[in-house]
Design a binder for this molecule. Structure first.
Ligand SMILES: NC(=O)c1ccc[n+]([C@@H]2O[C@H](COP(=O)([O-])OP(=O)(O)OC[C@H]3O[C@@H](n4cnc5c(N)ncnc54)[C@H](OP(=O)(O)O)[C@@H]3O)[C@@H](O)[C@H]2O)c1
Length: 294
C-alpha cells in the first residue's frame, strides 16, 4: 500500500513511521520538527498550504492517508488564535477529505476521546453523546463532520490517551511521569480523571492491521481495554518499574483548578474488537514499553 502519513513528526506519527515503513511504501509529513521523518521518505509541508497538499496527492497518489497532524491538545489550541486552530484542524481536514475523494484514497483520521462529554459515566460507546468542551475537542469533532459530509471512504478513530515514551523532541504525561519517578521526584496525579490508555507502539500495530482491512464509513473508539484513573496508571508504572509508590500523590481536578474538567472519557472498544483489532492490556503494554526501552 502507498500510505501518506500527516503528522509523521508527532508523538504518534513517529511510531507510525516505524510501524508502517517496510510493510508499506510511506510518505510521511512534518512541519517544524522533523523527528524521525528524515530517516524515511518524507516531506515538509504546512497543513495550511492547500496547494502543496494537492501536489503531494498528485505526485504520490496515496492509497491510504493517515491524518494525524493537528493542533493536538486543548492547552496548545488555547495558546493560538481560534481561526488558526480552525484552519488547521477543520479546514485542512476538509481539504484532505476532498483530495482523498478526488484521488480515491482511503482516509484514516485521528479524532479524540475528548469529543465525548466526560461526565456521563464510563466506557462510552461510539454513539454516546458528544459534547466537546474545549476549542481543541470541538475542532476535532468538526473535522469528523467535514469528513462524513465529503465522502464515505473513511475510518474515524476516537483516540484515547497515548502512553509510552516520546521519540526525539516529543513527550507526553506518561513520559514525564516516568522521568520524574526515575529521578525519585514526587508526582501528582488525578484520582478522578478516567481514561482508557493505549500504548503508542500498540496503536501503530493496530493501525497497520486496520489499514489492510476492507472497512469504510466507520467510527471507532481507539483505545486500550481498561478504565483507569491517572493515579491508577501511576501505580501500575511503579509496580512494573519498582519505583517508589510513596512518590505518588492523588489529587482531584477541583484541587488543581483545571480549565477543562473532563472526568471520565473511558471508552468501550467492543466495536474495534469485533473487527479483529485488539489491544494488549495496560500492564502488558507497560512491560513491553520498559523492555524495549521504546
Ligand atoms: N497524544 C494523545 O494522547 C492523543 C489523544 C487523543 C487524540 N490524539 C490525536 O492524535 C493525533 C496525533 O497526536 P500526537 O500526540 O501525535 O500530536 P503531536 O505530537 O502534537 O503531533 C502533531 C503533529 O501535527 C503536525 N502539525 C501540527 N500543526 C501543523 C501544521 N500547521 N502544519 C503541518 N503539520 C502540523 C506536527 O508537525 P511538526 O511538529 O513537525 O510541526 C506533528 O507532526 C492528533 O490528531 C491528536 O489530536 C492524540
Amino acid at each position: 500500500m502507498k500510505i501518506f502519513i500527516t503528522g509523521g513528526s508527532g508523538l504518534l506519527g513517529q511510531y507510525l513511521n516505524i510501524g508502517l515503513n517496510g510493510k508499506h511504501e510511506i510518505l510521511t509529513q512534518y512541519c517544524s520538527n522533523p523527528g524521525n521523518c528524515i530517516k524515511f521518505n518524507s516531506v515538509r509541508l504546512s497543513l495550511e498550504d492547500f496547494d502543496g497538499m494537492e501536489k503531494i496527492f498528485n505526485s504520490f497518489h496515496p492509497e491510504i492517508v493517515i491524518h494525524a497532524a493537528a493542533v493536538s491538545n486543548a492547552e496548545k489550541a488555547d495558546q493560538l488564535p481560534a481561526d488558526k486552530v480552525y484552519n488547521i484542524n477543520v479546514n485542512a481536514t476538509l481539504k484532505i477529505s476532498e483530495l482523498c475523494a478526488k484521488y480515491s484514497s482511503k482516509l484514516i483520521y485521528f479524532s479524540t476521546d475528548l469529543v465525548y462529554a466526560g461526565y456521563r459515566g464510563s466506557t462510552l460507546k461510539e454513539d454516546a453523546k458528544l459534547i466537546p468542551i474545549s476549542l481543541y475537542a470541538e475542532t476535532k469533532l468538526m473535522g469528523e463532520m467535514k469528513i462524513k459530509q465529503t465522502f464515505d471512504n473513511y475510518i474515524i478513530l476516537r483516540e484515547a490517551l497515548l502512553i509510552g515514551f516520546g521519540l526525539n523532541h516529543t513527550t507526553n504525561n506518561f513520559h514525564k511521569m516516568y522521568a520524574s519517578l526515575k529521578r525519585n521526584e514526587p508526582v501528582t496525579l488525578f484520582t478522578d480523571q478516567f481514561r482508557s490508555p493505549l500504548a503508542l507502539h500498540e496503536a501503530a500495530r493496530m493501525i497497520e492491521e486496520l489499514s489492510v482491512k476492507n472497512i469504510s464509513g466507520e467510527i471507532f473508539n481507539f483505545c486500550g481495554n481498561e478504565r483507569l484513573s491517572r493515579y491508577e496508571l501511576g501505580e501500575i508504572l511503579c509496580e512494573e518499574t519498582g519505583f517508589d509508590k510513596n512518590l505518588l500523590t492523588g489529587k482531584t481536578m477541583e484541587e488543581r483548578k483545571l480549565n477543562y474538567k473532563v472526568a471520565d472519557v473511558s471508552l468501550n472498544n467492543e466495536k474495534l474488537r469485533s473487527y479483529g483489532i485488539q489491544s494488549k492490556g495496560v500492564r502488558d503494554s507497560i512491560k513491553e514499553i520498559l523492555a524495549k526501552g521504546l
